[in-house]
Design a protein around this ligand. Structure first.
Ligand code: F6P
Length: 748
């Protein structure tokens, strides 16, 4: 290291010094010359003064011998080359005997009186000083004193050599001192840093001397960033966070624009009776999952603007920044007419595809006019998404069964985009899906995605066998890919989840406070076992089956009458549809019937709240409950189960969970039930009531660990990591294709 520092420092210094000397020496020479010339001028005046008085007499005597004696003696001076006496007309009167023969009066004719001039003769440079004399009684004459300048050249050469030699040595010594000093300084800094790193002190520079701090601060910052990056890389498998997700977007995907598309929007602006606008978060598992992801990744979320005051909240591009309290992404609203909502949302999506995919035994309805609207709304969303795309290759995350045609409609508009569609509901077997009259169109459009995600492997397999049955394509069962018209779609299981820790927990009161206030609110006594059901009022959720299980339990165990209450929150949903209206009716009358059977005093077995609750209210309920019943008849994932677990930081509470939910594949410590088996569900409720505290805690602890690890950042992160790989492979394929074309061109 030292040798290389010497080479790197000394060499440039020497070169720089050489350049300075090269350009500086001529100036130095001129300076010396002018000093010497001034010196000689002074001397010639002295010489002239010394002979001025005697010269007229000698010239008047016209005695060249006497004149020669005087002048030749003066010319003995080492520097004086010759003395000439001339007439003003240039006639030579006298010349000292050692004067060069070529010297004549004409050489200095142009030099004014009292001045000197340097003349360059073939034998070297000379300086002539001229003095005009006009004494009385003698004819005017001029004295020319000539100096030999060759000694100046010799002195200049010697001076130059000295300057160069001393300068070179001085620069060399200076450079060596500098290098040595810098090297010692660096070694000192390196030692401090190594010590800091070894003792993991590098985040704190309090130990360092003030002199070192600026550079050490920089190095420590870099080290800190590196450590953070390494930690996030390790976290991929262990601890998914919003930062880890951002890291994937930045480093693996190279920060593309991220566009989410869904029917349901994450924030609805609703006008209340007083005319004030309130922001509402809809009851939707998809929103619960995607919203924290968008907070972390930013980008644009395109969705149907369905709130009564949505139009008042957007700008002229139909966009509004959300979340309202801390805007971090854009919500682009798409407006649908009533007729479009009828055909697209209520019609094909929720009377056709929803019952088709859920085994809840509600018959799907397929109407040709709904299909036409479904196609045109999908096309409209495709246009909006294409317009929102600021680059050729955004990452587009499409949500759910409302947009089965969107991948196929987007692909020609944005060929280089990466499209992932996540199907939030179950995918039925091929025979069931075969009921759909437009299955081939839906499947071939879905297959234009790069990634098609489902909650479980089982749904992936159902999808692949459906494709196998109805579409002409190549399926690679091992890699789970489908090739159609030269496009490859990757099918994969990505179990969705919730943010961890949920943000609603930060402001939630303690479990004791929640238990007390919820019981007070619903008129329940302190010792009541509180069973909780929370969902959209949907026929897939098994609400009536839950009531029937409770009824059976109260029949079987009369001692439990007056001891347990089921608090059922049912957020009204799709209420325009007959199937949902009759479900609501049936639920109300079942609750009424069962309550009428068992009610005593203030106690009723069922409290039914048919109203949307804000997330913070739902979290209060989760924390207040002794058990939570999620007995969906069929559910893609069911995030209520995961939210209940996340809300219980006291590690208490029992979860009863349907085996027909995706969540049951992960939350194995829940009491798993077949929701169609009322007896089994009733037994699970009894088991939950009787479960010892230690067992409740053990189960809850394990489930909490599962949800913490498999949170929604992991869900999105895994999909985005896969998207990044697909992009890299596609880029490689394009490069190879170009190379191939290049090779062919050269051959051709
Ligand atoms: O489960 C699929 C899903 O899209 C969920 O995201 C959400 O819970 C529900 O369906 C949407 O309901 P809505 O019709 O009210 O948007």
């Amino acid at each position: 290291m030292f040798r290389s520092s010497v080479i790197r420092t000394v060499l440039p210094l020497l070169i720089a010094a050489g350049v300075v000397v090269f350009f500086g020496l001529p100036y130095f020479d001129r300076l010396l010359q002018s000093w010497f010339a001034a010196d000689l001028q002074l001397r010639s005046h002295l010489v002239m003064n010394s002979m001025e008085e005697r010269l007229p007499a000698l010239l008047a005597r016209d005695d060249p011998q006497a004149l020669g004696q005087v002048l030749n003696r003066i010319a003995l001076d080492q520097r004086v080359l010759a003395i000439l006496i001339c007439r003003p007309d240039g006639e030579l009167l006298f010349k000292t005997h050692d004067a060069p023969a070529a010297l004549s009066c004409a050489d200095a004719a142009a030099i004014p009186d009292g001045h000197s001039s340097v003349l360059h003769t073939p034998s070297g440079s000379i300086q002539s000083s001229v003095f005009d004399q006009h004494p009385q009684g003698v004819q005017p004459y001029r004295v020319e004193i000539v100096y030999d300048l060759s000694f100046i050249d010799r002195r200049q050469t010697t001076a130059r050599e000295y300057v160069m030699a001393y300068g070179g040595v001085a620069i060399l010594i200076l450079a060596l001192i500098l290098v040595l000093g810098a090297w010692l300084l660096l070694r000192r800094w390196a030692n401090i840093l190594i010590r800091d790193i070894r003792s993991r002190r590098f985040l704190d520079n309090a130990q360092s001397a003030p002199l070192w701090r600026p550079i050490l601060r920089q190095v420590r910052k870099v080290l800190h960033e590196m450590e953070e990056r390494q930690r996030l890389e390790l976290d991929y498998r262990e601890n998914w966070t919003p930062q880890a997700l951002q890291h994937v977007v930045r480093d693996q995907l190279r920060s593309p624009q991220i566009i989410v598309v869904s029917n349901r929007e994450p924030y609805m602006h609703e006008r209340d009776e007083s005319g004030a606008i309130n922001v509402q978060i809809p009851a939707s598992g998809m929103v619960t999952a995607l919203e924290p992801v968008m907070r972390a990744c930013s980008g644009t979320w395109v969705a149907h603007g369905s709130g009564s005051a949505d139009r008042d909240a957007v700008d002229r591009f139909d966009r509004v920044r959300v979340p309202p309290d801390n805007p971090s992404y854009a919500l682009r609203r798409v407006w649908l007419s009533d007729a479009e909502q009828e055909g697209f949302y209520y019609g094909l999506s929720n009377e056709g595809i929803w019952p088709l995919c859920h085994l809840a035994y509600v018959r799907p309805a397929f109407r040709g006019e709904d299909w036409l609207v479904y196609q045109s709304v999908n096309r409209r969303f495709a246009e909006v998404v294409a317009r929102e795309a600021r680059s050729e290759d955004p990452v587009i995350l499409i949500q759910d069964y409302h947009f089965a045609l969107l991948p196929g409609q987007l692909r020609p508009r944005r060929p280089q985009s990466t499209i992932a569609l996540f199907w939030h509901i179950p995918w039925p077997n091929a025979e069931t899906f075969g009921l759909c009259p437009w299955k081939r169109e839906m499947l071939s459009n879905l297959l234009m995605s790069d990634i098609l995600g489902f909650h479980t492997l089982y749904h992936c397999q159902n999808f692949l066998s459906t494709v196998d049955r109805f579409v002409e394509c190549q399926i690679d069962q091992e890699r789970m890919t489908v090739a159609l018209q030269g496009h490859i779609c990757h099918v994969g299981a990505y179990p969705i989840s919730i943010e961890w820790p949920p943000r609603w927990l930060a402001s939630a009161p303690s479990v004791e406070v929640c238990r007390k206030s919820v019981r007070e609110r619903y008129g329940l006594s302190e010792r009541i076992v509180l069973a909780l059901g929370v969902e959209r009022w949907d026929f897939t959720k098994g609400v009536i089956e839950r009531f029937n299980a409770l009824e059976l339990l109260l029949d079987q165990e009369p001692r439990l009458r007056g001891q347990i209450t089921l608090l059922q929150i049912a957020a009204p949903s799709r209420s325009k549809l007959p199937a949902y209206q009759s479900l609501q009716q049936a639920t109300l009358s079942e609750a009424e019937r069962i309550n009428a059977r068992f009610a005593r005093g203030d106690w009723r077995p069922i409290v039914l709240v048919g109203k949307h609750q804000r997330p913070e209210q739902v979290f209060e309920l989760y924390r207040a409950a002794d058990l939570c019943i999620v007995n969906s008849l069929h559910d893609g994932m069911n995030l209520v189960a995961k939210e209940f677990v996340a809300a219980r930081d006291d590690e208490d509470g029992v979860l009863i969970l349907s085996t027909f939910t995706g969540a049951s594949r992960e939350l194995l410590e829940a009491l798993l039930v077949n929701p169609f088996d009322i007896t089994e569900t009733a037994a699970a409720i009894r088991r939950a009531i009787e479960m010892p505290l230690e067992q409740r805690r053990e189960r809850m602890r394990l489930m909490r660990r599962t949800v913490a690890e498999n949170n929604v950042y992991r869900w999105a992160g895994r999909m985005l990591v896969d998207a990044a790989r697909i992009r890299q492979r596609q880029a490689l394929a394009i490069t190879e294709e170009e190379a191939q074309v290049g090779r062919l061109d050269r051959l051709g």
